[in-house]
Design a protein around this ligand. Sequence first.
Ligand SMILES: [Zn+2]
Length: 399
Amino acid sequence: MPEFAPKPYETRIRTQPETLRFFSAAKNASSDCVISPDGTVESASNQLMETEDFAGCFVTQGLVDLQVNGFAGVDFNQPAITAEQLDVALTEMARTGVTTCLPTVITGSHDAMIETVGNLDAAVAASRLGPLMVAGYHIEGPFLSRKDGFSGAHQSENMSVAKIELVDNLRHAATRPIRIMTVAPEVDGVVELIPQLVALGMHVAIGHSAADQSQISAAVQAGATLSTHLGNGVPLTLHRTDNPIFWQLAEDKLTAMFIPDGIHIPQAALQSMLRAKGIARTIVTTDAVSAAGLETRPGLYRLGKAEISLSEDRTVRKSGSPYLAGSSVTMDKIVRNLVAWYGFSIPQVLEMALRNPTRILSTSAEANIVGQPVKFVEWRQTPHGPQVAKTHIGPFTIQ
Ligand SMILES: [Zn+2]
């Protein structure tokens, strides 16, 4: 493993109320708010300011990442994560503009997945930033396609038919909710399981799936609403039109999650996919692994039981295989990519990186921030696009 020494925590705690002007994605305008020393939003002015031009410095609400397997050398799928390690990962994630995330647990043996979720949840509870940043979990597996090219970095030997008992055991292992479960509709029992997952308050996503059109339609009718890293988790050689990517692109009831890192999907292909889905049905995620972060170096890292390697071009692969194993991209980089590649405005990017994922979390609407812990990012516009200058999360300011 490469030596990785994250920057020491540079957090500041407020000693007196502070007033910040921020751009509200919900109101599409700027507004002033007062933050109390304990990090709660005391009041937000209803008087909207002039339209923000996003030049110089500007403040937005924090970004939301619905799929993150690890960060800054810390693997969320390791069996014994500590609160200190989790705080390292979350502090570094905050430095990339993320204030809310769903740590993601991938396919392992059923016992290992239950243990991983339990340990992760205990680490969240004992950490400083976990209770503020972790809105629940994303479980990706084990009811996925075993087929080569669809399984990706997941352990196909641990994939299984749908079992509600496993879901119940995973739920009971954690005090925070499972918000998203990624499944493959063609796996035995999955279509029947979907309404049960929805009744438990989860969002069901299709991913690592070789489903045909009728199986995808059946999953959508049963309540699936998301596609996980659409365009990936499929073999490089597919039928050119008769494939699960096109069927999911065409299905208006599915909101697609994409990884805009320039590695998972080439820019032009992603542009076509974004046009097919539209901003309203798009969510951007990192699918980051332990190799991600502002200061990680090329070398070997872990994703659960698998060894993964980060190369010079920031691609992460399962060691010894051609398969991508998550990404090393960060959310602030995704913001810059979407602006630079496609000319999206900051409000458009915030729809995909904040508003749409916030809806999935069904946490307090971002329009109603009074009484909630503050989650703001201060950005600085540069010739290379917006860079994160500071992130405010509850009582902490991280830079
Ligand atoms: Zn995946």
